[in-house]
Design a protein around this ligand. Structure first.
Ligand code: SF4
Ligand code: SF4
Length: 454
């Protein structure tokens, strides 16, 4: 990865065709479509995925979560981490090669742009070594301009997950001064993507990625990785002793030429390997040409002769934890109420007022929030026993329509005869809050207060 002076050695991997290359292209395409489309898909009037962190408002496939739902996010994060641990224990760095945004964007977007503009790897290597002239300057300008456009597009899509796609479109129609915070954030993310995917590339995997650092403790001898079959390949062509039978490796170096991290898989499992499978396809092509069986390099255990054991203590422990956390998540979602309602005394006002007809009146504020996947029609009412005691509830409208994820504040005025109060001048009451659409109802306790009895 480094040149003689310790500087970054630019790696221009050769293009590869083959079984895994074809599958990776399909998987990357699906992942890119999902990433770009999700913020623009609306489910029941909510964004398919939204993480509005400043307002602690999260939308996930038609469900709306607020800050009080943070345990649910804890379950999601733990599940994702455990899923990654299990996949790594079973198939090594499969995440890096098949699903990591770093690999997907570089391979499916940025490197493709490079190939379209600068040509195949031989032309690109020649161009990289050529002195700067008009033609080279034009190609570099074209390439970095295209990088800038796609970086900006990716940055906008990424920010749409946090700001909301509709809000983002509205902001984009205004001038940058009107939304300078978002303008700065999008510009910063665009610059970061440009630097990372355009220039830094696989160095991130090798130098910075925390997952890449601790994958060794997640893997064991039974984890499947991209492995060179040393017994079959060695002694490779050129290294065989006189009279010694040569292995299948023909020392063509195709596996090294295609490697985006610049390593030689024949040196064994290395931390730089992102399991992209390019060397498998490259070697398979060579093996076909020399009429030898494929998969001299392939997915296998460190010892390709052994068969992987799927169920072993490490995997069983991860799977058990997944079942436990998944059960916790399902239970939390099942007992979650379709709407939340809190009724609090209106602040900054006299605790009660006396009306002209001799009643005591308290002012409350109800906070209603529709956290279901359907429209709701909320009614706040007094139970019959309170009404019979002469308690009255006054509000601007009787029914409060709430769209999915919508919250509303409702002013409630409760008036009652003074004899409802107890000896401490208080009157505990329970208001009935009901959704007429689903029939769900709950009772919310409030404490009315008035003058102390004489
Ligand atoms: S060694 Fe093979 S699988 Fe690993 S990064 Fe290089 S080309 Fe990809
Ligand atoms: S591509 Fe296969 S045959 Fe060629 S050097 Fe690599 S391992 Fe050997």
């Amino acid at each position: 990865m480094l040149d003689e002076r310790g500087g970054k050695k630019r790696i221009i991997p050769a293009e590869v065709v083959g079984h895994f290359r074809a599958w990776r292209t399909r998987v990357y395409f699906v992942l890119l479509v999902i990433f770009l489309a999700l913020p623009w898909i609306s489910i029941n009037g909510t964004q398919a995925v939204l993480f509005d962190i400043p307002n602690r408002h999260f939308e996930l496939f038609g469900l709306v979560f607020l800050s009080h739902d943070s345990p649910i996010f804890f379950f999601f994060v733990i599940l994702f981490a455990l899923g990654l641990f299990t996949a790594t224990a079973l198939w090594g760095r499969v995440w890096c090669g098949w699903a990591c945004p770093q690999t997907v964007f570089i391979d499916a977007v940025y490197r493709r742009i490079e190939i379209w503009i600068e040509g195949d790897y031989i032309q690109r290597r020649r161009l990289a070594e050529a002195p700067l002239n008009g033609a080279k300057f034009f190609k570099l300008l074209l390439k970095w301009s295209a990088y800038l456009v796609v970086s900006s597009l990716i940055a906008h899509s990424f920010i749409a997950y946090f700001a909301g796609s509709r809000k983002l479109v509205t902001m984009m129609q205004g001038s940058p001064q009107q939304n300078w915070e978002y303008f700065l954030i999008v510009s910063f993310v665009t610059g970061l993507l440009l630097f990372n995917f355009g220039w830094f590339r696989e160095q991130f995997c090798i130098i910075m990625c925390p997952y890449g650092r601790f994958q060794n403790i997640l893997m064991d001898q039974q984890s499947v990785s991209v492995v060179y079959d040393r017994d079959r390949g060695e002694p490779r062509k050129g290294l065989e002793a006189a009279g010694q039978l040569r292995g299948d490796c023909v020392s063509c170096n195709a596996c090294v030429q295609v490697c985006p991290t610049g390593i030689d898989i024949r040196d064994g499992l290395q931390i730089e390997c992102i399991a992209c499978t390019a060397c498998i396809d490259a070697c398979d092509e060579i093996m076909t040409k020399v009429k030898k069986p494929q998969r001299l390099i392939g997915y296998s255990l460190a010892n390709p002769k052994e068969r992987p054991k799927l169920f072993r203590p490490r995997v069983a422990a991860y799977l058990t934890l997944i079942v436990v956390v998944l059960s916790g998540l399902i239970y939390t979602l099942a007992v979650r109420l379709p709407f939340s309602s809190t009724i609090l005394r209106a602040a900054k006002e006299a605790p009660y007022t006396l009306t002209q007809d001799g009643l005591v009146m308290n002012h409350f504020k109800a906070h209603l929030f529709n956290q279901s996947r359907f429209k709701q029609n909320i009614v706040i009412a007094l139970p019959d026993e309170l009404a019979q005691k002469g308690v009255k509830l006054t509000q601007a409208i009787d029914q409060h329509e709430l769209k999915v994820g919508e919250s509303k504040q409702v002013h409630l005025f409760v008036s009652f005869p003074p004899d409802v109060l107890d000896g401490l001048g208080t009157a505990p009451m329970a208001l009935a809050v009901r959704d007429t659409v689903s029939g769900e109802s709950r009772s919310v306790d409030v404490k009315a207060i008035g003058p102390l009895p004489k």
